[in-house]
Write a protein that binds this ligand. Structure first.
Ligand SMILES: Cc1cc2nc3c(=O)[nH]c(=O)nc-3n(C[C@H](O)[C@H](O)[C@H](O)COP(=O)(O)OP(=O)(O)OC[C@H]3O[C@@H](n4cnc5c(N)ncnc54)[C@H](O)[C@@H]3O)c2cc1C
Length: 494
């Protein structure tokens, strides 16, 4: 396909996906305007922005974020100047070695592919202000903060609707802004489905609960204190009634995140309280060292986010695009359970692919088809696996709370396969760990690892070794049982 003449683009939203789109399109010569409803970043660095930036359009701003390896590699290979700015601002790259449990560290010998498993860890606010300043400095990009897009302009009587610009509101004024293409990167609250609905186009939406409520608190090391030594307890883990993670961030900051199943009503209501949150953290041996007396000071309240859903919206159905010259990307198109940490990688990847498609094809029908094909190829496998995993996690959480669950044979076999095979294998066999990490970091279809005969053989060796011999690899319990935790917190067990 040949290179086509670039035009004017308007992007709705200066979040991760919107900024990535601006950067990707600008590289192909497009003149880009990014319209953002929230105010400008306050003067100063990341710490000022963390405390002062009002970001109502991104309620997850003060929750833990990582940029998975898929995104980190995209930056390394295609946008190295942005990666350099991120590292310059204190964002950290954690490598494959950093992800390894003690049991694998001792004999670890790096392999060339391991470099592809590095990922960026930082406060979301730091990532975003670096991106915003980097993109804002690109000659053919203009970012208008404090401006809200109110609707789409379309050609009269066109089927499907042909988008030709947007309607903007700022300071009580409304006006029209024409564009050759419009990109909706306005996040999970996107109005695209309702705007299209008013034009007679129905957008089909798949939606299922992530099933968890997210709790995050940020901390900064005091004085010259350092991160605790890695011990035998993992810094991220999953109990049936609670998931937890330590996120090492930029400039001496870190955050702790708890994910509580929605059905654990007592625990999730209590965890909003900072004191209870701290008590839970101290009862988790992988987290407790991070809350040792005097090590670090809390820098935020506990941020809470619920109502999380896995969503996939269909903007191209049965060979028909919902609209022309209109792309919906990032969370506006598909959003996922934050536990997997995939949203930013997905949004950035879509931006990169979409800009490439618009550079190769000038035909709006072909662009829509190519974009939909790319979305399904690159993202759909992760979405399908995630929806199934979330449903399984929800069932486990119910079983853990009720204590009455009697799993059928299939469920028992699956549990055996994962608990006595995959889990110890991932801690005892570096090849299994590598394969699983490639799926986790979106480098390949997450189903591939456990369909690979070599990996299956390696996993089956651990199943045959039996529970007792695997126990050494699995280590001690990573947290109290549910009843014990609730008792310690003085919460009712039922
Ligand atoms: C609790 C939580 C934790 C997460 N952790 C991770 C993680 O670790 N790693 C990861 O990759 N992802 C994570 N995610 C997902 C990630 O935050 C999102 O996938 C990502 O922010 C999506 O980017 P986006 O640009 O599509 O939308 P957003 O980042 O939400 O940005 C949308 C932007 O559009 C603006 N906007 C909205 N409407 C309008 C309008 N009408 N006019 C103008 N502007 C508008 C908003 O103000 C906002 O700036 C997490 C999500 C949650 C909820």
């Amino acid at each position: 396909m040949q290179q086509v003449k670039p035009g004017n683009a308007v992007i709705m939203g200066a979040g991760i996906a919107g900024l990535a789109t601006a950067m990707a399109l600008a590289r192909h010569g497009w003149r880009v305007r990014v319209i953002e409803r929230d105010p400008q970043i306050p003067e100063g660095g990341a710490d000022t922005a963390f405390c002062k930036w009002r970001r109502r359009g991104v309620p997850q701003m003060r929750h833990s974020h990582v940029f998975l390896a898929r995104l980190t590699n995209l930056l390394r290979d295609h946008y190295p100047a942005l990666l350099e700015d991120m590292l310059g601002a204190g964002c950290r790259i954690l490598d494959f070695r950093d992800s390894l449990p003690e049991s694998l560290l001792l004999n670890y010998v790096p392999e060339p592919g391991d470099a592809d498993l590095s990922f960026i860890s930082s406060r979301r606010v730091t990532l975003e202000i670096v991106m915003r300043r980097h993109v804002g400095a690109i000659a053919n990009v203009e970012i208008l903060a404090g401006h809200k897009i109110r609707g789409l302009m379309t050609e009269q009587d066109s089927t499907p609707p042909r988008v030709k610009g947007v309607e903007i509101e700022a300071d009580g004024q409304r006006w029209k802004m024409p564009a050759d293409i419009v990109i909706d990167a306005s996040g999970r609250g996107s109005h695209a489905p309702s705007w299209l609905h008013s034009m007679g186009v129905r957008i089909e939406e798949e939606s299922s609960p992530a099933g968890i409520v997210y709790f995050t608190r940020h901390y900064r090391f005091r004085g010259g204190n350092q991160e605790p030594q890695r011990g035998k307890y993992p810094a991220a883990g999953e109990l049936d009634y609670l998931k937890y993670g330590v996120f090492r961030a930029d400039n001496g900051w870190f955050s702790l995140t708890l994910a509580v199943p929605e059905i654990e009503e007592g625990l999730r209501k209590a965890a909003c309280d900072a004191e209870v949150f701290e008590n839970i953290c101290r009862l988790l041996p992988g987290v407790a060292p991070w809350r040792a007396t005097g090590l670090a000071e809390p820098m935020s309240d506990v941020s809470v986010m619920g109502g999380l859903r896995n969503i996939w919206r269909h903007f191209y159905t049965d060979g028909h695009p919902a609209a022309l010259n209109f792309f919906v990307i990032g969370d506006a198109a598909t959003s996922s359970n934050p536990l997997y940490g995939r949203g930013c990688a997905a949004g950035f990847l879509q931006a990169h692919l979409m800009a490439g498609i618009c550079a190769r094809s000038g035909n709006p029908f072909e662009r829509a088809l190519l974009f939909d094909t790319a979305m399904k190829r690159e993202l759909r496998p992760y979405f399908d696996v995630m929806v199934k995993q979330d449903e399984a996690a929800r069932r486990r959480a119910i079983a853990s709370r009720e204590g009455t669950h009697r799993p059928d044979l299939r469920a028992r076999m699956t549990k055996f396969f994962f608990e006595d095979g995959v889990r110890p294998a991932a801690r005892g066999d570096i090849k299994v760990m590598r394969a699983l990490m490639r799926g986790f970091h979106m480098l390949e279809d997450p189903r591939i690892a456990l369909q690979d005969p070599e990996i299956l053989l390696r996993v089956s060796r651990f199943m045959l070794r039996g529970h007792t011999r695997n126990a050494g690899l699995l280590g001690p319990a990573i947290g109290p049982k549910r009843e014990e935790m609730l008792k310690q917190l003085s919460l009712p067990v039922r």
